[in-house]
Design a protein around this ligand. Structure first.
Ligand code: AMP
Ligand code: MG
Length: 392
């Protein structure tokens, strides 16, 4: 990874560290996590700018994840009603290629789902390698709503031997085992709990009543559910304490400010993708030779009066130049097809992308200083370079 990417990765890691539930710790939400925490970011405007920059980074990593097809990412979102799950999904994922991102929302289980073991419906929605799956509510409902309302458990048709007093401890262990299995198989599990205060939930419910365009979101059942606030808080605490593991830790996202919650969710996902460090597939020297042969054949077909290769003729890439990033660490040639397109879209002509990765990273953080030959590079987001906009 280039130097500045290392620094960015470190900043993101530092930013999300206070949100991580240390495996083995006993969580007390009131004591350990403040729903109004905002990491010293004073202005919402700054937070939104960071999220915008972070979304570009996510889009770039997601493209690589999809191209590599080795790892899948499962993002589990849990929250109390009005916690902001839908908005988080909408805002954080909006920059990514929809082909590689799938959202599944889990509701009250259907008759068919109740006819199976409790993890069945979640297993069916796991991401394929290269994909990001988002669970809007997840298998954790099985130790949350099912625990707070035991009549849900009765509907699950479980055999008597598995419904004893230790059922919740057993479920935690089963979930941990399942997630360990997934992680070992390359399906990385990211767990986000949006931590909303009771007062902010009250305000959001009232807003749903006050604003006609939000009326559809209001549910009287949600207000009834609010009467079980304390039971839910205890269920969340026990879930966080028992299922934050070294390979699949929970992050408690301060949710009273929507913009900050979205920023945190994006940062945790970015941290995960940076750790995976997906790469574009590599081509061997032989494959490179075959590309050159194909090039010669295609160029020979050029109609009279047209350039042999319209792409290089337009100055988008120098003839003969490898559209690739030399990766000495791997001793291989990493083809970076998307990078060329990104330069083009963002900055117009870029004749000598000799270090595409570096350019991309520079672009992300608005620090481009040197225009390439024959190109006009403008930094369209100078504000991103201000200290206030660096990851805090
Ligand atoms: P919403 O997310 O507002 O559309 O509501 C979905 C509803 O489904 C919530 O009231 C959840 O508590 C409920 N739900 C989700 N998963 C389960 C489950 N496994 N068992 C029972 N209820 C569930
Ligand atoms: Mg609801």
């Amino acid at each position: 990874m280039p130097d500045d990417m290392d620094a960015t990765a470190r900043r993101i890691a530092r930013f999300i560290k206070p949100l991580r539930v240390k495996p083995g710790s006993k969580v007390d939400l009131g004591r350990d996590f403040d729903p109004r925490y905002k990491a010293g970011i004073r202005r919402k405007k700054d937070g939104l700018e960071l999220l915008r920059v972070g979304k570009e980074l996510l889009a770039d990593y997601q493209a690589r994840l999809a191209a590599q097809e080795r790892y899948g990412v499962l993002v589990c979102l849990q929250a109390i009603d009005a916690g902001g799950k839908d908005g988080t999904i909408r805002h954080v994922m909006s920059g990514m290629n929809p082909q590689g991102v799938h959202v599944s929302s889990f509701k009250v289980p259907s008759a068919e789902e109740l006819g199976h073991d409790y993890l069945w419906r979640y297993q069916a929605r796991l991401p394929a390698r290269g994909d990001i799956a988002i669970f809007n509510r997840s298998h954790y409902e099985e130790v949350l709503v099912v625990r707070v309302h035991p009549e849900n458990l009765e509907r699950q048709k479980l055999p008597a031997h598995s419904t004893g007093k230790d059922i919740w401890q057993s479920r935690y262990a089963e979930i941990n085992d399942w997630e360990r299995y997934l992680t070992r198989n390359g399906i990385i599990v990211v767990k986000l709990f949006l931590n909303l205060s009771k007062e902010e939930q009250r305000a959001r419910f009232l807003k749903r009543i006050d604003l006609p365009e939000k009326n559809w979101k209001f549910s009287a059942a949600d207000v009834r559910e609010r009467q079980h606030w304390d039971e839910y808080q205890r269920a969340f605490e026990q879930m966080l304490s028992a299922t934050s593991t070294p390979s699949a830790a929970w992050y408690v996202i301060p949710a009273d400010r929507k913009w900050f919650a979205r920023l945190c969710a994006g940062a945790v996902l970015a941290h995960t993708l940076i750790k995976i460090d997906p790469r574009y597939p590599t081509v061997s020297q032989d494959a490179w030779q075959q590309l050159q042969t194909a090039r010669r054949e295609l160029e020979a077909e050029a109609p009279e009066g047209t350039p042999a290769d319209p792409f290089t003729a337009a100055g988008k890439r120098r003839r003969g130049q490898r559209p690739a990033v030399a990766d000495p660490a791997r001793g291989a040639l990493t083809v970076a097809p998307a990078l060329g397109r990104v330069h083009e879209r963002s900055f117009g002509r870029l004749d000598t992308p000799s270090r595409p990765t570096r350019f991309r990273i520079n672009e992300i953080f608005g620090r481009i200083r040197r225009p390439a030959m024959g190109s006009c590079v403008t930094t369209t987001r100078p504000s991103a370079a201000k200290p206030g906009h660096a990851w805090p």
